[in-house]
Design a protein around this ligand. Sequence first.
Ligand code: DNO
Length: 347
Amino acid sequence: MKMTFRWYGPSDPVLLDYIRQIPNVTGVVTAVYDVPAGEVWPRESIAKLKTDAAAYGLEFEVVESVPVHEDIKLGRPSRDVLIANYCENIRRLGEAGVRVICYNFMPVFDWTRTTLQHVWPDGSNSLAYYKADLSGLDPLSGELSLPGWDSSYKKDELRELFDAYKSVDGERLFEHLGYFLDRVIPVARESGVFMAIHPDDPPYPIFGLPRIITDERNIERFLKLYDDPHNGLTFCTGSLGCSNKNDIYTMLDRFIAAGRVHFVHARNVKLYTDDSFEETAHFAACGSLDLVKVMKLLKKHDYTGYVRPDHGRMIWDETGKPGYGLYDRALGAMYLGGIWDGISTNN
Ligand code: DNO
């Protein structure tokens, strides 16, 4: 297991200088952020991430994310050029020593929450998603925007995208994903890169847009679309764990045994019966998920892939990118590392 930490590049208030002080973190997870989706990342930008990380004794072996252009998800004719660009990114990242690329196939929006600051009785705050509040949110109003969303869309473009998705249901989206994998995975294999799709977050359709990387059956179907270890998963406990129908431990056990898990996002959530959820501290007793059990499963399979503490709360008056402050994620890294050491010792 290699413990990593997400770093948003030079503009991140969480400095590499801080990350290197977390004892069990050996590498950063990052990306080139100033190139629009669908374009090729300059080799110099990739090399700079590597040298920046190395200057602090950190590895750069995981990219999160190389975004997939909407035209690929929509199956538009322009997808072939965009997929060729995607393949070129895989080659360049492989040459730079990147081993895992995390990406997602969620239409239009990445992760979605109904509040970024749910306040807890102890004064900390975290991201939350209340199903009942979603109907009151209009993603086309231009007023709602979340840090995970691509803010480059103008209002009209968003409307046009929503219209285009009217003819793309879950089945079509699966077809378009298969088309993408058929072209991308052979390049990943040649480049020594493992592709690791991120589950949809939350794992059910929102705003009428389809979502397919949601549960055991669909993930199995995804893995079969291209049956090769280079077509793998980012196993995000919090994304999959915020649906009551997902048994994340059985899923993890099964997909790791199949050699298809390359990256683990360890996050805890407090889950409600209607699939609403609040993100909590990583500590098992704080939420509905048991990260001790998760780490034990990694141990059981001698997992040698990458792990990172996912979303933390904002604590100790920290401000910054919601979910991605330093303090609570560092506590998470230590908690996960402590569990790992605890189960690794024979004493
Ligand atoms: C949320 C993240 C996601 C993830 C993408 C992968 O905090 O886990 O935004 O990076 O879905 O493409």
